[in-house]
Design a protein. Structure first.
Length: 108
């Protein structure tokens, strides 16, 4: 895969993570991980971050029973959007990006 295509798919993976949570990065990781080092790293970090955010959404959903989750859900939503956009911009520039607050489920 050409470097331009890798940048495009890495950008789309991060944007897909914003829209479809961990499903888009999971599909991208499974399909594109053998197409180049750049795309492999971006799909891996996007998958790790969005799995972490899915867990955060689940915990916040449970905590809505005690009302604190209602405050956490919008914060998690904003964090997902902001960091996803920052990662997409970095991928589009051809730079690597490391999400903060991300648990490493998928190792390099």
């Amino acid at each position: 895969m050409s470097p331009e295509d890798q940048r495009l798919w890495a950008t789309l993976t991060h944007v897909g993570g914003i829209l479809f949570n961990f499903i888009a990065p999971l599909v991208a990781y499974l399909v594109l991980r053998d197409r180049g080092g750049f795309i492999r790293e971006h799909t891996r970090v996007a998958l790790n971050f969005h799995i972490t955010m899915a867990i955060a959404y689940f915990v916040a959903g449970l905590l809505t029973l005690v009302l604190i989750g209602a405050l956490l859900l919008p914060v998690i939503w904003i964090v997902t959007i902001v960091f996803g956009i920052m990662a997409a911009v970095a991928a589009n520039r051809g730079e690597f990006y490391r999400y903060p607050l991300s648990i490493e489920f998928v190792k390099p």
